[in-house]
Design a protein around this ligand. Structure first.
Ligand SMILES: O=c1ccn([C@H]2C[C@H](O)[C@@H](COP(=O)(O)OP(=O)(O)OP(=O)(O)O)O2)c(=O)[nH]1
Ligand SMILES: [Mg+2]
Length: 150
């Protein structure tokens, strides 16, 4: 599939554009525009220094980076954050330090999250008094079991 063209504005000329670490990657890494210090359990809304204009029918999703999650417990509170095609403001990341003990320190320019660009469908919602049956029915939230914890 050919890549989709996305207009991007650098709000901070010194910071890099999003970049794919490898050709086959789904996520393009984005950086923090500021130094950030997060105490255990603390969250922060962090600027990335970029704004984009996605074509209609696309959205960008802000995902955590697994390395930061595994090493420091750093995640994105609203993962994946949704950047609408019509949004022209700075892309921001809502970081959360989930670690119980250690403070997370990030420097301006550090890669903190990744943007996944996807096509999205628009739905037309048709109200119905009854829904068609299905094999799952209303079962959810653990209805198939498989838990070993107590
Ligand atoms: O992780 C995120 C999530 C959202 N946004 C921006 C782009 C998005 O288009 C806009 C609104 O996001 P969302 O709809 O998730 O937030 P909301 O709380 O519903 O705000 P609004 O009332 O502005 O829609 O905020 C980000 O920069 N980063
Ligand atoms: Mg919204």
């Amino acid at each position: 599939m050919p890549p989709v063209d996305v207009l991007i504005q650098r709000l901070d000329p010194e910071l890099p554009l999003p970049s794919y670490a490898h050709p086959g990657d789904a996520g393009a890494d984005i950086v923090t525009a500021e130094d950030v210090e997060l105490a255990p359990g603390e969250r922060a809304l962090v600027g990335t220094g970029i704004a984009i204009a996605l074509p209609d029918g696309y959205a960008a999703f802000v995902h955590p980076r697994s390395g930061l999650a595994a090493r420091f417990g750093l995640t994105v509170v609203n993962a994946p954050g949704t950047v609408d095609a019509g949004y022209r403001g700075e892309i921001k990341v809502i970081l959360l330090n989930t670690d119980a003990k250690e403070t997370v320190r990030l420097s301006r320019g550090d890669r903190i999250a990744q943007l996944v660009i996807q096509k999205v469908e628009k739905a037309v919602f048709h109200e119905a008094g009854r829904l068609p049956g299905s094999a799952r029915g209303a079962g959810g939230h653990g209805s198939t079991g498989g838990f070993t914890g107590s």
